[in-house]
Ligand binder design. Structure first.
Ligand code: AMP
Length: 213
């Protein structure tokens, strides 16, 4: 099974992906996490992509498509989080999976209103080590400044600053929203309300992929 988590920045894709990984046992591929790791490691790809990410705009299609297709190698089922974000990426993904007689089986579209996204992203802190997300208001870590899972240091992402948050939402609305229709047309889209208790959203997500909560 291959799943896509689609939704605006701050809709909780990463959080839901982690729950899905535990329940369904698929590999989690988050394009943003892969790109941030490349930036932190100072690789050529990281140097090429850092300025786009800082500005809150999309990294060029060919770069991110190459990265994800490489990461897909040898995996039989994945949860894609943050990819695809453009029609070109969706088509490249479909083609690559098609060559292995696979497809995207279900797309979970997590919907959250804009005001709520801004509120969430401005209070989001992320683990430097494992990239687990926390929210100082809704879901704080047990110990201040430390990741519950790996003990890593929490930080506020440069692109989680108010100006860049607005830019990222605008980019989402113009470049990623067309994917909702793209997947709806082939009957693969399930919309999940991304506002409410995390556990309740997880139940809806699991139900959409046919797994007991
Ligand atoms: P995220 O962690 O998913 O919010 O992604 C952080 C940043 O990484 C985005 O604002 C983009 O600059 C870049 N990025 C992540 N995924 C993609 C993608 N599929 N296409 C282009 N850029 C991406």
């Amino acid at each position: 099974m291959n799943l896509v988590l689609l939704g605006p920045p701050g809709s909780g894709k990463g959080t839901q992906a982690e729950h899905l990984v535990q329940k369904v046992g698929l590999a989690h591929l988050a394009s943003g996490d892969l790109l941030r790791s490349a930036v932190a490691a100072g690789t050529e790809l990281g140097r090429k992509t850092e300025s786009y990410m800082k500005q809150g705009v999309l990294v060029p299609d060919e770069v991110v498509i190459g990265l994800i297709l490489e990461a897909l190698e040898g995996k039989s089922g994945v949860i894609l989080d943050g990819f695809p974000r453009t029609l070109e990426q969706a088509q490249a993904l479909e083609q690559a999976l098609g060559q292995r007689s696979q497809t995207i089986d279900r797309v979970l579209y997590i919907s959250v209103a804009k005001d709520e996204l801004i509120k969430r992203l401005s209070s989001r802190w992320t683990c430097k080590q494992c990239q687990a997300p926390y929210n100082l208001q809704g879901a704080p870590p047990r110990q201040e400044g430390k990741c519950d899972r790996c003990g890593g240091e929490l930080y506020q992402r440069a692109d989680d600053q108010p100006h860049t948050i607005r830019k990222r939402i605008e980019v989402y609305l113009t470049q990623t929203v067309p994917l909702i229709d793209y997947y709806r047309r082939s009957n693969r889209l399930t919309e999940v309300d991304g506002v409410g208790e995390v556990a309740q959203i997880t139940r809806a997500v699991l139900q959409a992929v046919g797994v007991e909560g």
